[in-house]
Design a binder for this molecule. Structure first.
Ligand SMILES: *Cc1c(COP(=O)(O)O)cnc(C)c1O
Length: 404
């Protein structure tokens, strides 16, 4: 199993950190890997493959149209390019050196994050609104919809919204002020699954374009994602992503994806051409998406819970933890719409002790990577999503040995 990595001298890790890109995501299900291997043995017309994928994504999301991107961040870039150019050939050719004048994307200040470089890469300028004083503890508020409405000018191209449990104001209110001004809303929902119902939620709440990561809980290839929403915008995104090294007279893109007659001919390669996706990724994403929907939140949650409960039980059975004042907490055990996790807080919640434990786990054999987000408050977190079957005992024993 690990020989392909052994050959290149790269250690295989146990990833209890979640589907992080820097840790290569999780192991793909056998069915997904097999479908990708089969896909690799044939050639297809990529536009036809994308049209077929888009039809299925549209069914599952309730959107007018869908498209497979090489990741959610790529979906943000393509969606931004679609909004900025409107699928116009001349605008596509000018991007990003000369973005149209309407290039501002309004974003709530508390929703700014490192992934929004994807929007800026496509030529958007972010304009922040709101005063998230709840973040500093100096107040209780974030942004209000009226502040978004007030920031709209003739340079505004869209509203950018990063979905999340803390996201404010509610998406419906943002969509209302955007649509009153005739502007689209682009939603980053990369990590908003589970619950599976969120595949439909943001479109229902008024989003014009939504991106999801394919390499997170959907379980597709790490370089896969979904862009879905309004058919004209998805078509404009496709137009800037597909390979367009074609003769105008011989170009016949699928009608469901691209309205070739309205265009008057193929544009040049767009900004998205650098974000190539392979047929294997498209098939892998589709296969994983079907399995994700079929499995359902309850079954998925139960299998994750079994993993963290087994780690917890094995750790708790070792008397040293209690003796040293180390505590274990199972989180979201009863929330099937969330990922259950095991938190381990070291003695006196000491950040340095937690950091040493994290590094000892990484240096162990097998090497175990955990969620580091709370190490500053002395807690390490075990996330079951990217673990291979049967890893719980190995993780528990690696932790006991790292604790010394
Ligand atoms: C993970 C994530 C992304 C990037 O997703 P990829 O599929 O890795 O490109 C973008 N935005 C947010 C909020 C994320 O959590």
């Amino acid at each position: 199993m690990t020989s392909v990595y052994n050959r290149w001298g790269v250690p295989v890790i146990l990833n209890a950190a979640g589907t992080l890109t820097r840790l290569s995501g999780g192991p793909m299900r056998q069915e997904v890997a097999a479908a990708m291997a089969e896909a690799a043995g044939h050639s297809v017309d990529m536009a036809q493959l994308q049209a077929a994928a888009g039809a299925r994504i549209a069914e599952l999301t309730g959107a007018q149209a869908g498209y497979v991107t090489p990741g959610a961040a790529a979906g943000l870039l393509l969606g931004t390019a679609a909004i900025l150019t409107g699928g116009q050939r001349a605008s596509i050719a000018r991007l990003p050196e000369k973005a149209p004048r309407r290039r501002e994307f309004i974003v709530v200040r508390s929703q700014r994050n490192s992934y929004d470089v994807a929007l800026r890469t496509a030529g958007a300028r972010l304009r922040e609104v709101g005063l998230p004083d709840r973040s500093s503890g100096a107040g209780v508020r974030d942004a209000d919809a009226f502040e978004i409405a007030d920031a709209i000018t003739e340079d505004t191209a869209a509203i950018f919204y990063v979905a999340g449990r803390q996201a404010a104001p509610p998406l419906q209110e943002v969509a209302r002020v955007a649509h009153e001004a005739g502007l689209p809303v682009l939603v980053d929902a990369a990590a908003q699954l589970p619950p599976a119902a969120n595949l439909r939620r943001f479109i229902e709440e008024g989003a014009d374009l939504v991106v999801f990561s394919g390499g997170k809980v959907i379980g597709g290839p790490p370089a896969s994602g979904i862009l879905c929403g309004r058919a004209d915008l998805v078509g404009a995104a496709a137009l800037q992503h597909l390979d367009l090294d074609v003769y105008a007279a011989l170009w016949r893109p699928p009608e469901t994806l691209i309205d070739a007659d309205a265009l008057g001919g193929p544009p040049r390669h767009g900004i998205g051409r650098a974000l190539k996706i392979g047929k294997e990724q498209v098939i892998g994403l589709l296969t994983a998406l079907e399995l994700f929907v079929d499995e359902g939140d309850a079954v998925r949650h139960a299998s994750w819970l079994a993993v963290v409960e087994e780690i917890a039980a094995t750790l708790a059975a070792d008397g040293r933890l209690i003796a040293r004042g180390i505590s274990l907490t199972l989180r979201d055990r009863d929330r099937i719409d969330r990922i259950p996790k095991l938190a381990l807080t070291v003695e006196e919640a000491d950040a340095e002790v937690a950091a040493r434990l994290i590094l000892a786990l990484e240096d162990g054999s097998p090497s175990v990577h955990v969620d580091q987000a709370e190490y500053g408050s002395g807690t390490i977190v075990f996330n079951p999503v990217a673990l291979p079957p049967g890893a719980a005992q190995q993780i528990a024993h690696a932790t006991l040995s790292a604790l010394g």
